[in-house]
Design a protein around this ligand. Structure first.
Ligand code: 5GP
Length: 168
């Protein structure tokens, strides 16, 4: 079986506090934490509390698979954050993992023209990532099981998954 990096909710709690401590020790005091949904929302929430930053923004990014090609590019979904909000602000981008790094690069490039400063924080960074984040809790090249996405969505109690689908 392939090797997995298993992050529990409990270990995540430790990770996010340690990541915040690294950021604080580095003297970076963000005005805005920008989370990349959905996985980055957990990280951003934890960091915003730990860094005492009350200004939390969110951007939705999904991978778009080009028709008939192997090209895979992430795209920002509407509503795209208003870049005006970021003018002259110190922004901290938060995500769960920089894997290819394409998602973080997209959001970073969006920010960089408007903000005073932008840095990125992730729980995990893989060695092949094209973006090197300023703040990384742990480096791995294994597939990561995150506590929020390792289980399938819940269904109404007593109903089989297929019944639930039929009801939709
Ligand atoms: P990217 O390749 O753009 O850096 O990562 C895009 C997204 O793919 C991540 O935000 C995450 O949601 C998902 N992803 C990438 N690598 C992993 C992984 O090892 N485990 C899980 N659960 N998701 C991953």
């Amino acid at each position: 079986a392939p090797v997995r990096e298993n992050l529990t909710y409990e270990a995540f709690g430790t990770a996010v506090r340690e990541l915040a401590q690294t950021i604080a020790d580095d003297g970076y005091q963000p005005d805005i934490v920008l989370s990349i949904a959905r996985g980055g929302v957990f990280v951003a929430g934890g960091l915003a509390y730990a860094l005492d930053c009350k200004n939390l923004h969110l951007v939705n990014v999904e991978f778009y698979t080009g028709v008939g090609t192997t090209l895979e590019m992430p795209v920002m979904l509407a509503p795209v954050p208003n870049a005006i909000d970021f003018t002259d602000k110190k922004v901290l981008i938060a995500d769960d993992v920089a894997d290819t790094g394409k998602t973080l690069k997209l959001v970073h490039d969006f920010c960089v023209e408007h903000v005073a400063e932008v840095r990125s924080a992730v729980i995990y960074e893989k060695s092949h990532s094209l973006v090197k984040c300023e703040y990384v809790w742990k480096r791995t090249d294994d597939w990561i099981n995150f506590p929020w996405s390792v289980l399938p969505p819940v269904h109404r109690s007593g109903e089989a998954a297929k019944d639930n689908k039929e009801a939709l």
